[in-house]
Design a protein around this ligand. Sequence first.
Ligand code: ADP
Ligand code: PHD
Length: 462
Amino acid sequence: MKFGGTSVGEADCIGRVADIVESHRSAGDEVAVVVSACSGITDRIIAVADEVIASKEQPDIGTLLDAMRERHTRLLKETAPDHAREVTAVIDDRLTRLQNILTAVHTLKELTPRSRDYIVSFGERLSAPIVAAALRQRGIASVALDGAEAGITTTANHGDARALPVSAENIRARVAPLLADAVPVIMGFMGATEQGVITTLGRSGSDYSAAVIGAGVDADEIWIWTDVDGVMTSDPRIIPDARVLDDISYLEVMELSYFGAKVLHPRSIEPAMQKDIPIRVKNSFKPEVPGTLVLRDKHQEKRVVKAIALIEKVALVNINGAQMVGRPGVAKTIFSALAEREVNVMMISQGSSEANISLIIDESHLDAALGALDPLVEQGIVREVTYDHDVAAVAVVGAGMAGTPGTGGRIFSAIGRAGINMMMISQGSSEVNVSFVVKAGDGKRALQVLHDEFRLSENSDD
Ligand SMILES: Nc1ncnc2c1ncn2[C@@H]1O[C@H](COP(=O)(O)OP(=O)(O)O)[C@@H](O)[C@H]1O
Ligand SMILES: N[C@@H](CC(=O)OP(=O)(O)O)C(=O)O
């Protein structure tokens, strides 16, 4: 069971987490818990680190961390009064360590990806001991483990590390034996390299931690507890009438999360899918609601389109040049150059004349992408590279689209009737997803137009 930041952010939330775990333990289930940092804490740590590195004068780091100390101490006292003394010492010790590292960052004027990862992992280092203490308060034996102690061994790419296959056997050796007698509370979002250097798994990476742990212990199910009733037909913050889906396939939810549906981290699907472990997404504020079950394609709903996602803060890059026509290897040169600069390409579309390749990338990768592509213009491999960072991508997802003629037409007509211009279109050959790019200002409206067109708020088959 993974509890996200919103599920451990307040004392009453932690109380509900303890209730949930307690009721499953009483029903005879073995439970491993993965927790995120309390809501807002990871952002706060990043803000403090940035302030410390930017500040010319010696910053008063103790004061910068005061609110964080106060919040965690209060959470602890309210949820685990009998363990407050011993765990306050743990929290104080961790905050002192954080303060010392931040002091070193300021002195050295250096914040490397490696030290940044260690610093941002402190959110979970503070939340997990509190949740474990809240369980002990209920008489449930519980220990807090960091990602590495739980066996998550990762690649060394800081800020976006992936679990190595060896993690599975480490987790089996370290977590599984605890489950009969205790509930391990594992710090999400982090792991360590084989050399023991702390890494983080990318923002919102605790879902991925939960999937890796679940696969490692051969769980019957992986439950992601969050602040909404399940995976919905669209982001409820943008589409107020979005509806909760009873079930969705791994591939569908992978497309949705890749295109910005924050409810599950895109990487969290694969470890579960490999072992065919169902993922259940549930609301920790309303545990009685069944939530959404994510499984291998079951296709229970007859709907063609199941859900729609919007991804903002992306950039469109157009690579033009007739030089590409009939010349093998140009695409390889382009994509190798981008890969070398670690630019993640989210969507690709190529004109059939081969004179144009369009890409969608994360907006933060734009400078790196231009740095990779400009030399190709100088070398005459492509004629020109243009870009637009005022764009958004919309992904229309549903396994039922495969083999249902006319869905594309319906999407494009509805968008056309709304007077929205599509700047690029892409469809994977799996046909689980049709995605397109619009001006950033049109993104939310495009989402609503399609949600209405496919009547996704209605609980009946289309
Ligand atoms: N299709 C979707 N279904 C459900 N939630 C979505 C969807 N798209 C975006 N979201 C957003 O994802 C949020 C949950 O993710 P997140 O804030 O990371 O929670 P947690 O802290 O539990 O990890 C929801 O509050 C919701 O606003
Ligand atoms: N604390 C991390 C990890 C995480 O997964 O958080 P959440 O479960 O609240 O999305 C982050 O803020 O990115």
